[in-house]
Ligand binder design. Sequence first.
Ligand SMILES: CC(C)(COP(=O)(O)OP(=O)(O)OC[C@H]1O[C@@H](n2cnc3c(N)ncnc32)[C@H](O)[C@@H]1OP(=O)(O)O)[C@@H](O)C(=O)NCCC(=O)NCCS
Length: 206
Amino acid sequence: MTQSTGQPWSTGASTPKSMLDKQPSLLANGTHVRLLHRDDAARLSEAYVRNREHLAPWEPSRDEKFFTPWHQLNIIHSKLAQHAVGQEMPWILLAADRIIGAITLTGIVRGPFLSANLGYWVDRDFTGQGIGSAAVKFAVDHARAELGLHRIQAATLIRNRASRKILQRAGFQEIGIAPYYLKIAGSWQDHLLHQLILHGAPAPAT
Ligand SMILES: CC(C)(COP(=O)(O)OP(=O)(O)OC[C@H]1O[C@@H](n2cnc3c(N)ncnc32)[C@H](O)[C@@H]1OP(=O)(O)O)[C@@H](O)C(=O)NCCC(=O)NCCS
C-alpha cells in the first residue's frame, strides 16, 4: 500500500497496483530506476531545485512555479495519463530515497513507425559514475524486450559531449543535424539527431 506524504500536494490516492508491481531495478553504483509514482512530487521538486543550474543549459527555460511540488504533481498526473494509454514510459533514478535523475520514453508511436523519443538527466552530484549510461541501457532493453519498438530517437545539443557519449556507447547512430529543433535555455537551437534500430535492421555486411 502506498503511503501518502500527508502534504497538500499529495493526492491521497493510492498508486495503481500495476505500478507497485514494478519493483525498482538496479542501475550503477547502487542506484535504482523505477516508474514515477504519484507520491514523488515533493522529492522531484527538491531534485529540480538542487539541479537548477546544472540542467539550465540543456533544458527549456523554467519559470518559478515549475520548481514547486504542486506543479510537479501536475506534470506527474500528465505523465501517468500518457503512460496509461501506452504513449510514455516515465522512469526516475534513485539513490536510496533521493531522486537523482529521470529517463523517459515519450511519444511512443505504434503502427509502421513503432518509435519513441528518449530523454534523460542525472543529478549534478552523481554524474561521471556510469549512471546515465546504465539508465540508457535500461530504457533501450525495455523498449526492445517489453515494448517491442523498432526504433528510438534521441536529440542532443551538438556541444553536449556527455550526452553524445552515452548514446554512442548504447549503439545509437547519428542521423544528422536538425536546425532550430528545440527551444532550449530560451532559444531555438540546432540538435544532433540520433537513432537506434532495435528490431528489423539488416544484418551488417561481412
Ligand atoms: C548527460 C548526462 C545524462 C550524463 O550522465 P552521466 O551519469 O554523467 O553519464 P555516464 O557517467 O554514464 O557517462 C558520461 C560520459 O561522458 C563523458 N563526459 C562528460 N563530460 C564530458 C565532456 N565535457 N566532454 C567529453 N566527454 C564528457 C564522461 O567522461 C563519460 O564517459 P566515460 O564513461 O567514457 O568516462 C548528465 O551529464 C546530465 O544529466 N547532464 C545534464 C542534462 C542533459 O544533458 N541531459 C541530456 C539531454 S540530451
